[in-house]
Design a binder for this molecule. Structure first.
Ligand SMILES: Cc1cc2nc3c(=O)[nH]c(=O)nc-3n(C[C@H](O)[C@H](O)[C@H](O)COP(=O)(O)OP(=O)(O)OC[C@H]3O[C@@H](n4cnc5c(N)ncnc54)[C@H](O)[C@@H]3O)c2cc1C
Length: 381
């Protein structure tokens, strides 16, 4: 008899975990509270760890068909003077697909692997014996119950797991803009000016992805539609991008979540529900993929689910804590810096970013090989 999993949340984490468990022989059902499976359409950074996950699941080709392959992630001051560069290599990749492409590829692959996806299916709680409680009154019993219901998870609370939630002092605005000749096609440029940031990302042949961030208290910067005059004045080197800023943009508060524990009995918490972090390193979803792969691998080796879940956390939490800490630190350096300190910040970053410790710390999660991952070359067709 195949083992069974009920997963609440058909976001990126729920889909990756569901597909991986199905590949390993599990009978999986995903519950999505929304009536449709839809993803907001900006871009997303997928590092080596995430790409290897997609390759293993068989979702790589579709997810990355339109994605730009990134050679350099550059941080610059508002006048374009470089402060840090992070280069990629063929074994340390960064691709930038539209989120919707990634999401659709994961849905298609999950369905191919036999994962059942129920929409308009709201989970309201979970109990340690492996029961998922649904709004319609159903009590679904499974070997494994998973809370993959995002940063504001309500399921996490049923196993009293939230240890710390910081609603963030920074907000981010995302949008897609039309590409124009001359826009870099393999370089991400992140401009810093005091606590404000403008991030240019080449995404597809026709569109670039823009991310803006500023302190939540910065009312002018948080305006949607975006105050073009402000951003052009703050970032003169990116004024040609600001002219193209779209009306359709989205504002999000950048939250941090830490859990006391990632599991209780037969219930596991994954993805943003377990470890949401601000998108400063572009590694939150990649970290969720690493943990989903590790969870499936541990369950494959260890039949007793509570024992497997405890081992999974023990073996994987340190890497997640590391990535989350770096993301938090990075956000602090970007978002808490008064304009008058920008020169000092620039000098410090230029000095430390060249050190081996900094490079290792920054990239540990991005370069991690997920448990059970195979590259395209080794996956049988
Ligand atoms: C501005 C921004 C930029 C980012 N950029 C990057 C990046 O470049 N690279 C990267 O790796 N990460 C990035 N991230 C982080 C990444 O988006 C998240 O880590 C990832 O989407 C989390 O996926 P998830 O499935 O855990 O949660 P979610 O995406 O929140 O999915 C949760 C799902 O569960 C559903 N749900 C919620 N409650 C219930 C319930 N009770 N019952 C049933 N269903 C429910 C929701 O409708 C949703 O579909 C970024 C985040 C932000 C805010």
């Amino acid at each position: 008899m195949p083992r069974t999993a009920e997963i609440a949340g058909a976001g990126l984490s729920g889909l990756v975990l569901g597909s991986r468990l199905a590949q390993l022989g599990w009978d999986v059902r995903l519950h999505e509270r929304n009536p449709e499976l839809r993803m907001f359409g900006a871009g997303i950074w997928i590092w080596e760890s995430g790409l290897r996950t997609l390759e293993t699941l068989g979702a790589y080709d579709q997810a990355t068909a339109r994605a730009r392959s990134i050679k350099e992630w550059r941080i610059a001051d508002q006048n374009g003077r470089p402060l840090m560069s992070r280069f990629t290599t063929p074994s340390d990749r960064l691709l930038l697909p539209p989120r919707a492409d990634l999401y659709e590829a994961l849905i298609a692959q999950a369905q191919k692997l036999g994962v059942q996806i129920e929409t308009s299916s709201l989970a309201t709680g979970a109990t340690a014996d492996g029961t998922l409680q649904m709004e319609d009154g159903r009590e679904l019993k499974a070997d494994l119950v998973v809370a993959a219901d995002g940063a504001y998870s309500r399921l996490r609370e049923s196993i009293s797991s939230t240890s710390w939630m910081d609603f963030g002092t920074e907000a981010g605005i995302r949008m897609m803009i039309d590409r124009e000749p001359g826009d870099p096609d393999d370089t991400i440029i992140e401009y810093w000016h005091g606590p404000r940031r403008l991030l240019y990302n080449p995404c597809t042949e026709g569109q670039d992805y823009i991310f803006l961030s500023a302190p939540v208290s910065d009312e002018r910067a948080a305006q949607v539609p975006v105050d073009r005059e402000l951003w052009a004045e703050q970032f003169p080197r990116a004024a040609h991008l600001v002219e193209r800023f779209a009306e359709a943009s989205r504002w999000d508060r950048l939250v941090n979540v830490r859990c006391r524990h990632w599991s209780r009995g037969h219930v596991a918490v994954v993805g943003d529900a377990a470890h949401a972090m601000p998108p400063n390193l572009g590694q939150a979803a990649n970290t969720a993929f690493i943990n989903a792969m590790a969870l499936a691998a541990t369950l494959d080796q260890e039949r007793d689910v509570p024992t497997a879940l405890a081992r999974w956390e023990k073996e994987n939490r340190a890497l997640t804590d590391h990535v989350q800490w770096w993301s938090y630190l990075y956000g602090f350096v970007v978002g808490k810096c008064p304009e008058r300190m920008s020169g000092v910040r620039a000098r410090v970053l230029k000095t430390v970013s060249g050190t081996k410790q900094f490079q290792t710390g920054l990239n540990k999660g991005a370069r991690h090989v997920p448990a059970g991952a195979r590259t395209t070359a080794t996956i049988p067709t």
